[in-house]
Structures are given as structure tokens and as C-alpha cells.
Write a protein that binds this ligand. Sequence first.
Ligand code: NCD
Length: 335
Amino acid sequence: MMTFQGNHILSVSQLDRESITRILDVSAKMVPYSTRQKRCYVLEGAILSSLFFEPSTRTRISFGTAFNLLGGFVRETVGEENSSLSKGESLFDTAQVISGYSDIIAMRHPKMHSVAEFAQGSSVPVINGGDGANEHPTQALLDLFTIQSEMQHFGKNLDNLNITLMGDLKHGRTVHSLSKLLSLYKNMSITMVSPDALRMPDSVLSILDDAGHKIIQTDKLEGNLSSDVVYQTRIQQERFASSGEADLYRGHFSLNKQVYQDYCKKNTVIMHPLPRDSRPEANELDNDLNDLQHLAIFRQAQNGVLVRMALFALALGVENKLTDYEKPITWHTTK
Ligand code: NCD
């Protein structure tokens, strides 16, 4: 099992099944705080530096919310143009300085492996919030937490699942990290639906293959959605040489109620890391799915708070002290 306390979380490759179980178990303990039944102040006085050098809504806000829900403070910088990286400072130097101001750091950056490079200069744990097309470990963990909790309703666990990954599998870091995590479970059948030019990289395929899982690669949605989970993704326009090139692939796999009825199973769970591209030319997940009980996308995003709380607690060594630092909620809440 991975030692969490004091360590960076840069890649899902650091994790074995036991470590993942630990993270998911600690995540479940965070429910009373995220649903405002109680407050927890176990990280009172601690400082998270949240450095987002690439666009983000839910990852950035949920990292901050997670830290606040454990009683900590959040310092934030957004956009490379607003930081000294734009003055030519190295990631190493930025890390040396910011880690002196903080107890832990969450970081997103457009370049592959940049967060690991940054971590070499940091004296405090660094959590990867996405490094270019490479990895997005916290997303994959919240995806796994979501798959586990959605499958529980059908008496299933994380083994023996059929999962369809769909969209831009070449550039999508969430599906790279998620596939690596799924490889650790038993008897998986993974169907990868993408345009031919946007197939899953061989480096990720070989991990699933070496683990003995069944992989189907196809450019057709028809006949490939009768899985336990269909995980839709966005064409990652920011990773293409030009927006014209990204336009070629938008809207190939639009999923709406009719497609769901025609090709999914009765209880197929629909996931998406979000943001879903809702422009008419893309319409990855149509709004007519919004009232579908098995559309898990907003539960999935909410689970991000739980998983990020768990990672902070584990990295700062307070995961067994939560209940010693609780207070009642004093304000009106609708949760
Ligand atoms: C994803 C990302 O940034 O990789 N978003 C997220 O963190 N939930 C997916 C995407 O942007 O398409």
C-alpha cells in the first residue's frame, strides 16, 4: 500500500488496489461534512495553494471546497499569464517558493509531466490536477468512486464490469488515468469508441492488455453502448494544432435519449468528467437525458469533493482524526 502522508499524488501508477480502497473508504467518511450535517476543522490553520495554469471549473473549485470543508485556508492563482511563469521563472523555482507558503499544493498545467517536474522543487505534497494530455489522477479516483457507488445499486462492485469509453481517447487525460485504474480490477471488458485518429494511446492499451482485460476498439457507437457504464468525453480542442482540426471530430458520438433507448442497456449508467460540450455541433450528452435516473454526471462531480477531501486528509496524515475535530452546523442549509 502507498504511504500517503507527506507524499505527492502525481499519477495513478502510484496506486495499487489496497491504496485505492483506502482512498475510497476515507472518501465515504467525508459525506457528513460535504452534506453539511457537521463541520470538520481537522485542517484548521493549514494552507492549500491551488495553482491552475489551465482552464478549470469543477476541479479547481472542488479542490478548494474540499480543503475548506476540512477547516483549511485556500490561496489561489489562476492562469499562466497571471503568474511569474510568464516572466520565465522555472517550475522548480515556483515550487520552492510556493511550497514555503503552503502545507500542500494542488496544480494543473497544460504541459505533460509538468506537475511532476514542479513537485521536484516542492517541500510539501503536490497533487496533480491534470498535466496536459497525460494524467488526471483525482478525476480517475472520483470516477472510480462513482462507478462503485452507482454499481452498488445493482449488487455489483468494481470487478467484472463492461465499460464503454467514448470520444477523444487520444487526448483525454481522464480516460488515460481511469483506464490505468480499471486495469487493476478483475475481468474487465472495455469498449473504446473513438474516431480512428483519436484512439487510446498504445501505452495505455498495453496496460489493460497486460492485465488480461478484453478490449474492443471501434469508431461506431451503434452496438457498443450496452455496457454497465458509458463514459462520454469531450473533444479536447485545446490539444489540437488548430480548432479546424478539432471541428472534424465534434458531434460524431452525440448521445441523447433516443440513442440511449436504442443502444444502451436498461440500466446503463452515463458518466462524463464534464464539462459536456453542449454546443449544437457537439451535443455530447443531450439535455433530454437530464431527467434520466442513470445520468450520473452531477453525482460524479459532487463525488469530486469527497475524494479530494480524502486525498488531503491522507497526505496530511489526519484521516483518523476527523471525528475528534467536529462542530455542529450553525447556518441554514438545504443539503
Ligand atoms: C476534464 C479535464 O480537465 O481533463 N475536466 C475535469 O477536470 N473534470 C475533462 C475535460 O476538460 O474535457
